[in-house]
Structure formats: C-alpha cells, structure tokens
Design a protein around this ligand. Structure first.
Ligand code: ZN
Length: 238
C-alpha cells in the first residue's frame, strides 16, 4: 500500500505554538506513526511544493491519500483538486482530517457548497463515542476515546448523510458532532476524522494513531477494477 500524506504546512512554519507540537510538520508526524505501525511505503506532499506535491505520477501511484488543510484551502489549485477527485473516483482511498472538512476536494466530493459547522477554540475536552464497535476502523478501540483538549466542532455539520457514522463526539461545552464518518464516491472510499486542531498534540495520541492506521486499511482498495466510462461503439458480446 502506497500512502501519501498531504499537508498544507503553513501553521507549523508561522506559529511557534504549532511548531512546538509538530516540529517536523503534521505530515511527518502522521508519516512517522504510519511507518512505525508497519506501513512501509509512506510519502509526504505539501501545498508549496510544485503542483502541491501531487503530480499525476504521484497520484497514480498513491493508494491512500491523507489530507490536512486549513488556512489556505483557496490556494489549492482547481486542476490538482480535479486530479485528486478523478483518482478517488477510480478507487484511491482518501482520509480527510479535521479542518479538511472545508477543503475544495472534500466539498467537491460531498457535492455540497458549504461544509460549515459550529466551532470554538476553548480548550474543551472531547469524548469520542464509538457507536460502530464492529467496524474495521474501530478495531482495538474501546467504548470511547477521550481527547483532553481539542477545538470544539458542533452540529449542524453541513455534510450529506454519511454512509456510516462511526463515532459521535461530545464536548464539555455541550455540543455533539459526527466526528468519524465514511462515504463512497465512485470506486473510492472516504473517511472523515474530526480531531487534529494544530495547537494540540492530537496526532501523537496512540488511540488516534490506531484509528488512522485502521482507516488507511479500510479505504484501501487494492483490487479495484478500472472504471470504464464513455461511448463503447463495439458491443461486448457479438
Ligand atoms: Zn482547527
């Protein structure tokens, strides 16, 4: 399985508080725990690389793409978004993290203009409840995962009805949120995972890492047949 971890990589370079949590960037933190958990072909790509690090060649070779973005969604070129979209249609797995809910690629895949939600940065505790204990993404996860401090996201979350809501979060401020959801678009499987605000060490948490390793396996479609579209003048049967 070839994994590419894409990160906007701006907060880490411009805010000391974030750099302290992720000195090598969120992408390298995610890469490191994936490798430590046995995924042996993991690369990274960032916004400011040529073609955002997502050339056609890179995407064609990618089975699973992770996506973290926040302050510069608008700087992601439409051409690259279309390229990622087409790969998802053809079966590339996609894991969208945290503020990636408002990314161009997630909005395009969801088909809704706004991916808005309630939010607040108030150091609240998030309790993620496991509501699909038999789901492969919940393997090894107990009844809940407690994140001591995290940005609050609350309903309503303007997504289409997910195929599956795997976890629901509750925050000390009172909100609830569909924080781990699955979708299918074309041949591709998509997992949205809410935690990961850049100022908190969320991706250093073993339970979060376990969920994201499980998610990489779940969105992976190794035997996906090439989708055939368009006009076929010759009948298949003669
Ligand atoms: Zn955030």
């Amino acid at each position: 399985m070839k994994i590419t971890v894409w990160n906007e990589y701006r907060h880490e370079l411009s805010e000391e508080k974030v750099a302290k949590v992720y000195p090598n960037g969120i992408h390298n933190c995610i890469k490191d725990f994936l490798v430590a958990n046995g995924f042996d072909d993991v690369s990274t790509a960032t916004l400011d690389e040529p073609e955002h690090g997502l050339t056609q060649e890179v995407l064609d070779a990618t089975d699973v793409l992770f996506w973290w973005g926040h302050m510069a969604h608008h700087e992601v070129s439409d051409e690259i978004v279309e390229r990622v979209y087409q790969r998802v249609m053809q079966g590339m797995g996609l894991v969208v993290l945290h503020s990636g809910h408002a990314s161009k690629i997630f909005r395009k895949l969801m088909g809704t203009e706004s991916q808005n939600l309630r939010w607040r940065e108030n150091d609240e505790t998030e309790i993620m409840w496991n509501i699909m204990p038999g789901h492969p993404i919940m393997e090894g996860i107990g009844a809940n995962v407690v994140i001591p401090q995290e940005e609050t996201y609350g309903e309503h979350f303007m997504i289409p009805q997910p195929d599956e809501v795997v976890m629901i979060s509750w925050f000390t401020g009172g909100e609830v949120f569909r924080s781990a959801c699955t979708f299918r678009r074309g041949a591709g499987k998509i997992f949205y995972f809410k935690p990961g605000h850049e100022t908190y060490p969320i991706y250093h948490m073993p339970e979060v890492q376990k969920i994201l390793c499980n998610a990489a396996k779940w969105v992976y479609a190794p035997n996906c047949a090439k989708i055939q579209l368009g006009h076929f003048p010759e009948p298949m049967m003669k």
